[in-house]
Structure formats: C-alpha cells, structure tokens
Design a protein around this ligand. Structure first.
Ligand SMILES: Cc1cc2nc3c(=O)[nH]c(=O)nc-3n(C[C@H](O)[C@H](O)[C@H](O)COP(=O)(O)OP(=O)(O)OC[C@H]3O[C@@H](n4cnc5c(N)ncnc54)[C@H](O)[C@@H]3O)c2cc1C
Length: 407
C-alpha cells in the first residue's frame, strides 16, 4: 500500500481551491498541500466557464460575506493579473433600468456600492449617450461602475496552477473515484493508494454538497444547477459596446440578467448572456450529455413547489429567466439594453457554464451568500457562487480566518 501524507488535502481544482492553496502558502501555514481534481485539466467547470467579469461590489448588501470580500478580492486579483501581464479589459460597466419602475433600484445599487467601498456614479441620459450611444435607459438614468474589468479566467487558472506547482503544491488530476474515509483522516484513491491528511478542504464546486454529505456536513443543503448559455455578437456586427452593459437586476433573485460583456481579447468578442435555466444535470453542458434523470425530476419538483409558494419572488425568476433557452426571449432581453440589435446580429456561442445555487431545505430558500461549514478535520465551501471568481483571494483569506485549520 502507498501512503502519501499532507497537512492539507484540497478536493477540486477550481479558483477557490487554488486561491486557498495560494493563501495557505502566503500565510506560511504549510507548503505540504495536495490538490486532487477529477478532470484531466483544471478549469473544466465554473472557473473556466464564466463571464470573466471582476465585479466591483455594487450588488451585495453590506452585511453579507459577498460584500466583505468582493471589493478587496477584485482589487487583489486585478493587481495579480496586471503584475503577470495576463489579458485584462479595463472597460467598466454600465447598469441601465430596462423599465421605468426599475429606476429606483439604481439608487439602491449606488448606495450598496458606496457602502461596500466601490466607485460608483449615476449618469443622466446625455452622459450615457456620449459614452455608449447604442445603450437604452428606460428612465433617463444609468449607473457607472468604472472599476469593473474583464479577464480571461482560464489564463488565471493556468498561471496559478503553474505558480503553485513551483511552490511545491502537488496537483493530482483524473481522480474521480476516490473514497472518503473521514474516521481515518484519509482518502482512498484506489486499492493501493491512500492520501492521509491533517485537514481536508472541500472546494468541489458543483459537487460540493455531495462531498460534504460524506463528511456528515451540510445535510440540509442541496445544490441546484442552472445552465448559463451565451450568445455573441457576430464579428461583422457594427454595434460593439465598449464596456459591460447590464440590466438592473431583480435583487431577490441570484442571477444578474442577460448582459453584454466585451472579452479581454485584443479584439474583444462581445458575449450576450448568460441564461439561468434549470439544468438537467450538474454537468449537463451539452443537450443530452450529463443528464441526471432522478436529480432532474427532484429539482424540477422542488422548483415547481417554489413557484407555487412564490418564496423570495421565485415566480418572477420563472417568468423572466427560466425559459431564456428560446432565442426570441433572449433577443428581447438584449434589445431592452441595445434596441438596434436584431436576430441577424447574434449567434449562439460555444461557451456554456453551469451555476450551482444552494437550496436550504430548512427555510426552503436559495442561499444568497457564500457558505462555508466546518466538520471534523474538514472545511466545506458549499456555495461558491458568483462573485466567487472575483473575490477568490479575499474569500480564501476569510475561509482561513474562520476555518478550524487555523484555529
Ligand atoms: C455561467 C457563469 C458565469 C459566471 N460569471 C462570473 C463572473 O463574471 N464573475 C465571477 O466572479 N464569477 C462568475 N461566476 C461564478 C464563478 O465562476 C464561480 O463562483 C467560481 O468559478 C467557483 O469556483 P469553484 O472553485 O468553487 O468551482 P469550480 O470551478 O467548479 O471548481 C471545482 C472543481 O472541483 C472538481 N471536482 C468536483 N468533484 C470532484 C471530486 N469528486 N473529486 C475531485 N475533484 C472534483 C471539479 O472538476 C472542478 O474542477 C460565473 C459562473 C457561471 C457558471
């Protein structure tokens, strides 16, 4: 039998895992870290399939963990990216109300941004039109977030992986069949190979609840997957928004609505999306691939019950976002921001991601904030939803501050 020993074993190789490993080393806790990843490469799930927007911190209520870590996390990651010369598009973001009655939400976002320490400005229509002539505001006002930037997430993952390996972190890939043996503080990789750990950190994204349950943690929680499809502006389309353009979001719902994002490429590609459609499997990226029938039936039943009870304004989500699979609905949402866009200007993008939202069976609501729970010799990051990519370095520090690993 082969036994490998480590102080910290991290499950999953996404941004949360890599940032944690990085901060454990930065804080000189230990260098003896092993990461196991089920795929052949890192970044195959959310961390390599997101919009790449480093959010500036305008959406979150000031008393939330998201608010605490988004602004500082975004600044730290931006600096890290710039120091390494990785692609970045410092284009900012405009939020516009798509209906007149949403205008007052701009003031809510302005105030949240201000309290969270983000730079924000309210613009009138004249300033908006000078900056982005193609944009529409239903109320004559818009919110400007100059600090929002766009990065290339997969480049960040690759660079962080390379740096961690150089610092002595061992990353073992293609590990999909390991077994948990919590009472022995070890995992079994196969018949002959074990990893013994001092502490285990579960950063397995879309699978985090399933793994936590093996450690007796978070039994009241289930992750529900929502599919994020993207469209893009065709290369020959003359409309090229120069910054992010977002609608005013429904602040009761955890999705930000269809938006325009210019990529961090030299000639930016403009993506439109993502949707937030209930997915039929946690990794159901392609139509029929990755469908989990029993999970899908359970989740759709649960969502139907949420619809009937309308907890947290759930019906609005269903009416406005759940059926965005259909191009005419997506085009309608896009036209509310840029009226000149027509169906011939857009095409479906190959990019697709799946967002996991944590459902709390006790209060029957979707958890809106990050959630990290401790078990015996283990820590479980259960709800690393957006803006976890943006916030990753600061989130890692917060997890370490509150984890039994450092107490
Ligand atoms: C469509 C979309 C758009 C988004 N846009 C943004 C944005 O613009 N800005 C932003 O800040 N955030 C955004 N997010 C959110 C962001 O991508 C996530 O919050 C973040 O990537 C979560 O990182 P993670 O490390 O927790 O998960 P992941 O990246 O999913 O990493 C988890 C890893 O664990 C591995 N794993 C799973 N099970 C096992 C197992 N049993 N054994 C070993 N390994 C396992 C997986 O293979 C995976 O590599 C978006 C997400 C999506 C889906």
């Amino acid at each position: 039998m082969n036994h490998q020993n480590c102080d910290v074993l991290i499950i999953g190789g996404g941004i949360v895992s890599l940032s944690l490993a990085n901060q454990i080393i930065e804080r000189k806790i230990t260098k003896n870290i092993i990461i196991i990843e089920k795929e052949k490469k890192l970044g195959m799930h959310s961390s390599g399939r997101n919009s790449g927007v480093l959010h500036a911190g305008i959406y979150y209520k000031p008393d939330t963990i998201k608010a605490k870590v988004c602004v500082s996390g975004a600044r730290r990651l931006k600096e890290w990216v710039q120091e390494r010369g990785l692609p970045i598009n410092e284009c900012g973001k405009i939020v516009v109300p798509q209906k007149n009655e949403l205008d007052k939400q701009l003031d809510v976002l302005f105030e949240r941004g201000r309290l969270n320490g983000a730079k924000v400005e309210i613009w009138d229509e004249k300033v908006l039109k000078e900056f982005l002539p193609e944009a529409r505001t239903a109320s004559g006002r818009a919110l400007w977030s100059p600090e929002t930037v766009v990065v290339k997430p997969i480049e960040i993952i690759k660079k962080l992986e390379e740096e961690l390996i150089n610092k002595g972190v061992k990353i073992i890939k293609s590990q999909n069949t390991w077994e948990a043996e919590p009472s022995k503080s070890r995992i079994k990789l196969n018949q002959d190979d074990y990893i013994n750990y001092g502490h285990l950190m579960n950063c397995s994204g879309l699978q985090a609840d399933r793994i936590a349950h093996k450690y007796g943690v978070g039994l009241n929680y289930t992750l529900l997957p929502f599919k994020g499809l993207y469209w893009k502006l065709k290369d020959n389309c003359s409309i090229r928004p120069r910054c992010n353009l977002y609608p005013v979001p429904d602040l009761d719902i955890p999705f930000l609505g269809i938006h325009f994002t210019p990529s961090a490429d030299r000639i930016p590609e403009i993506s439109i999306g993502p949707t937030a459609i209930p997915a039929l499997g946690r990794e159901n990226y392609e139509k029929l691939k990755g469908i989990e029938p029993s999970m899908a039936i359970r989740n759709l039943t649960l969502l139907a019950k949420q619809y009937i009870s309308n907890r947290g304004g759930f019906r609005r989500y269903v009416h406005e976002q759940a059926f965005m699979y259909f191009p005419p609905l997506m085009l309608k949402a896009a036209k509310e921001l840029i009226p000149k866009i027509e169906s011939e200007n857009i095409e479906i993008s190959k990019k697709v991601g799946i967002r996991s939202q944590l459902f709390n069976h006790k209060n029957k609501r979707l958890e809106d904030d990050f959630l990290c729970l401790n078990g015996t010799k283990s820590t479980h990051v259960l709800n690393a939803i957006s803006p976890a990519f943006t916030a990753s370095f600061a989130l890692a520090d917060l997890i370490l501050d509150t984890s039994i690993l450092t107490n």
